[in-house]
Design a protein around this ligand. Structure first.
Ligand code: ADP
Length: 378
């Protein structure tokens, strides 16, 4: 007969064992690979799918994570998993790594790393859970889709540009030969056709940049850009569009010496999007371009408008794909909801960040900040 205290202990041990077995069978039945590591990044728990994805049949308990999981990036460079995981302070995912096997084949990997309290060692040490999935098929479908969009948008560009030019010509001719009061219907029709074709051209442009950004084939060619000259150029390019809506395009120029090293093409594309939006979503007042030094060597460039503004929750969502604010002001303006999504992709590509400061009815300020550290690899 067991002593009551001993019986209690045995019951507790059994309960813990049961719980442990439950958890083990739970993670073993998961299709995703799971590896839990302790604070020293040594494997504490793993499931059958983990061995599957690592193409191994050896016990990996206690082994350093960096020695069992050795992914590479798309350029074939080895990724130090120990470093990757140790830097993780909040759940992080990555869909761009690959795993290469000894026979030369490789898979696209989805990796999610989350810091957790595993309860190992004294005081329940911190650990990490690494979750992995083979996303080779998904990736190849995504690539096919992006490739398709890229080809289609490329093919559409020329006919749309020609049609746009022809409609412009027709408008010009009708205007020139129009007798007073007559031909207004023809002009109206041409004007509408022109607006629609310009919208189509914008959409094709966005789709094309988007598919290139998603395929990661956008090349960054950095150069030193004088911000004073750059703002001048932008103002020259857009003051007519602003004036056509009765708006003033102003600039608060920075010191003539202010420079940044980045891609001129993408910087222009990002700011053009902010400026065209500022003009689109402002009924009266002005659009102001400004720039200033930021941090040690960085630069921030802002586009401020006196337009319809944005509520807090919309400010989070406007960079989502196809998102357009649900109100009559926005609905009365043509748009695809793709511009800022593409812009955000380009901003990420330049390692820059964007801040939105806005209030409904009080205008918006979009600020782009680019850190300009000399040793930034580009
Ligand atoms: P769209 O083609 O609709 O302009 P964007 O992705 O460029 O697409 O912008 C997404 C949405 O963000 C717009 O539909 C609009 O609701 C809002 N938005 C963007 N810029 C501004 C701005 N300067 N002022 C107010 N709303 C804006």
């Amino acid at each position: 007969m067991l002593k009551p205290s001993l019986r209690k202990k045995t019951a507790k041990r059994n309960a813990i064992e049961l719980e442990h077995n439950r958890l083990t069978s739970l993670i073993n039945s998961m299709a995703d690979a799971v590896i839990a590591v302790d604070a020293n990044l040594k494997v504490a728990i793993y499931n059958a799918s983990a061995l599957n994805i690592l193409d191994s049949n050896q016990d990996i308990t206690g082994k350093p994570l960096g020695s069992v999981l050795k992914p590479i990036d798309k350029d074939g460079l080895a990724i130090d998993m120990a470093d990757f995981v140790a830097k993780t302070t909040r759940p992080t995912t990555n869909r761009d790594l690959l795993l290469k096997y000894s026979d030369g084949s490789q898979i696209n990997l989805y990796i999610s790393v989350a810091p957790v309290h595993l309860g190992y060692g004294a005081g329940g040490d911190q650990g990490y859970v690494v979750l992995m999935r083979d996303i080779t098929q998904e990736k190849s479908l995504e690539e096919e889709r992006d490739e398709f969009i890229s080809v289609v948008s490329h093919e559409l560009r020329t006919p749309v540009a020609i049609t746009e030019g022809e409609i412009s010509n027709a408008e010009f001719i009708v205007k020139k030969h129009a007798k007073k009061g007559s031909d207004t219907k023809v002009l109206q029709a041409l004007d509408e056709a022109h607006k629609q074709i310009l919208f189509l051209a914008d959409m094709i442009n966005d789709l094309s940049t988007l598919s290139r950004a998603e395929r990661g084939v956008l090349q960054i060619e950095s150069e030193q850009i004088n911000i004073y000259d750059f703002l001048h150029e932008l103002k020259d390019n857009y003051h007519q569009d602003a004036a056509a809506k009765g708006l003033t395009l102003k600039a608060q120029y920075p010191a003539k010496s202010l420079k940044v090293t980045t891609s001129r093409l993408y910087l222009r594309e990002i700011l053009q999007n902010f400026i065209t939006n500022a003009i689109k979503y402002t009924e009266k007042g002005s659009v102001t371009l400004s720039a200033a030094a930021s941090g040690k060597n960085g630069v921030s460039i802002s586009v401020a408008d006196t337009g319809i503004g944005l509520g807090k929750s919309d400010q989070q969502k406007i960079f989502d794909k196809f998102y357009r604010v649900e109100d009559y002001h926005t609905k009365s303006v043509k748009g695809t909801g793709l511009g800022l999504y593409v812009t955000k992709k380009l901003i990420n590509l330049l390692d820059a960040k964007v801040d939105v400061n806005s209030r409904p009815g009080h205008g918006s300020i979009f600020t782009l900040t680019i850190a300009n550290t000399p040793d930034k690899k580009k």
